[in-house]
Design a protein around this ligand. Structure first.
Ligand code: GLN
Length: 485
């Protein structure tokens, strides 16, 4: 098997046995990026020199016996994570020349584990989007069909992992941005419980929803990556003060008797028939493996998209106020006065989708409207969290589709924000409730990847990963790769 086709566990064994060095592996991956990324645009920045330095350090650790499972593994970071001395653009003109003075905690944690950073991946501007078309650096293409989108906002990470230009990548998910691109590109993506991975140094979009997670080619790799990313961080006041489970050890359990809940509201209208058929095949396979299938209901799930599009813009309008042309980021030329400086720097620095969200959020938070919109959305959020609590009294894991269709064509939804927003119809409720959610590839539909979403109770990542892993042990959907890569 070629190096880029191997899993983290396989590469880790190869590194330890001396069959391959991290330097060789890193050079191989950098060569693949050079060869293939012009067709995909999945990277904004490639950090070749840094990668080779880190690979050399990893080789030294492997030689002196202090290496862990991730030491020497080449990965990529979504360009929303601050990386010291490396450009951190967040997919925006506003930050296109911003070089971060520090590393995000997630980056630091993975670095401590010894990973090699190949570069920073493309994304929707400030993580607002479901197609990677809002990036200042141009759209990312889906390696399965380059006329289609890879999903978003972590579309660069998804395309890079799917095309095997990196072994794994980080992503962030505010309303579906890890799971939906994972589904559209046929990879495994996990959004952990809110607070499981630190948000420190992760550029804020909607702080009560944002969460970092791994994007990989298998559940086993996701377990290894999450182990390296998660943990309490005193620099993030919303970080969970609870020990990290042993995700890898949890992978060995069979799933006989596990109660799988199928959400009635997710399997009907609005779901593409081909996607629905693939989801059913996966459910049948879970049943064959001994899981017990039960039907559950989330009666308020239909309100998740409208509630999200009040809460997320409200929080983003506040978070993005810091980009004012004064401290960092884009500054307009020759401002007349302070007002002109703010206005022009922000007008020039932000793209149309970001401006739309800032306007919606500012409106929703303004005096007189706060109760009508923001407060109401927060109440709906509580209702959705209660729905999940009730559903989890009847089942252990919820499964269903990740996205309503396979990858759509570039440009198809670009002028229709509402149809774009509906791409996340099955993922957003999970963020509103703070729960962990995962997407894994199942049987493709008309040659394009389909994602099965698995949702767990709070901090139930280990169980989600195990169910996904058991399904992957019994099937080979996750081993399929796009032609030409
Ligand atoms: N697509 C959703 C949005 O545009 C979710 C994005 C995300 O999860 N970062 O807001």
């Amino acid at each position: 098997m070629e190096l880029h086709e191997r899993s983290i566990a396989q590469l880790s064994a190869g590194l330890r046995s001396g069959e391959v060095s991290s330097t060789e592996l890193t050079k191989h991956m950098l060569q693949r990026i050079r060869m293939h990324d012009a067709a995909l645009n999945s990277f904004i920045t490639v950090t070749e020199e840094l990668a080779l330095t880190q690979a050399k350090a990893a080789d030294a650790r492997i030689a002196d016996g202090t290496a862990g499972a991730l030491t020497g593994i080449p990965i990529a970071h979504k360009d929303i994570f601050c990386t010291r001395d490396v450009r951190t653009s967040c997919g925006s003109r506003m930050l296109k020349d911003f070089v971060s003075p520090y590393d995000a905690t997630v980056v630091e944690n993975l670095q401590r584990a010894g990973v090699v950073m190949l570069g920073k991946t493309n994304m929707d501007e400030f993580a607002m989007g479901s197609s990677n078309e809002t990036s200042h650096f141009g759209p990312v293409r889906n390696p399965w069909d380059r006329e289609t989108v890879p999903g978003g906002s972590s579309g660069g990470s998804a395309a890079a992992v799917a095309a095997r230009l990196c072994i794994a990548a980080t992503g962030t998910d505010t309303g579906g941005s890890i799971r939906q691109p994972a589904a559209l590109t046929g990879i495994t993506g996990l959004k952990p419980t809110y607070g499981r991975c630190s948000r420190w140094g992760m550029i804020a979009f909607a702080s009560s929803l944002d969460q970092a997670g791994p994007m990989t080619r298998s559940a086993e790799d996701a377990a290894l990556m999450l182990t390296g990313m998660a943990g309490f961080d005193e620099r993030d006041s919303t970080s969970a003060q609870r020990p990290v489970d042993d995700y890898v050890a949890a992978l060995g359990q069979d799933i006989r008797g596990v109660r799988i809940g199928i959400v009635r509201e997710f399997m009907g209208e609005g779901l593409d028939a081909g996607v629905g058929a693939s989801i059913q095949v996966a459910i049948d396979e879970l049943k064959r493996l001994g899981a017990e299938i039960v039907e559950v209901s989330l009666p308020n799930a239909g309100l998740s998209v409208p509630a999200y599009y009040v809460v997320a813009p409200a929080e983003c309008s506040s978070n993005l106020a810091r980009f004012d042309g004064v401290r960092y980021g884009h500054r307009c030329a020759a401002p007349k006065d302070l007002e002109d400086l703010y206005k022009r720097s922000r007008s020039e620095g932000f793209g149309p989708e970001v401006k739309r969200r800032i306007m919606i959020g500012t409106y929703a938070l303004s005096a007189g409207y706060y109760d009508a919109y923001y407060l109401k959305a927060q109440k709906i959020r509580q209702l959705i969290a209660d729905d999940f609590r009730k559903a989890f009294a009847e089942c252990d894991v919820i499964v269903g589709p990740t996205a309503p269709s396979t990858a759509f064509r570039i440009g198809e939804k670009a002028d229709d924000p509402v149809s774009m927003y509906l791409s996340d119809i099955y993922t957003i409720a999970v963020n509103l409730a703070g729960l962990p959610g995962m997407s894994i590839p199942v049987q493709p539909s008309a040659g394009m990847p389909v994602g099965l979403q698995l949702i767990g109770g709070l901090f139930d990542e280990a169980r989600l990963l195990n169910v996904a892993h058991q399904l992957q042990l019994a099937t080979d959907w996750h081993r399929q790769a796009p032609a030409g890569f």
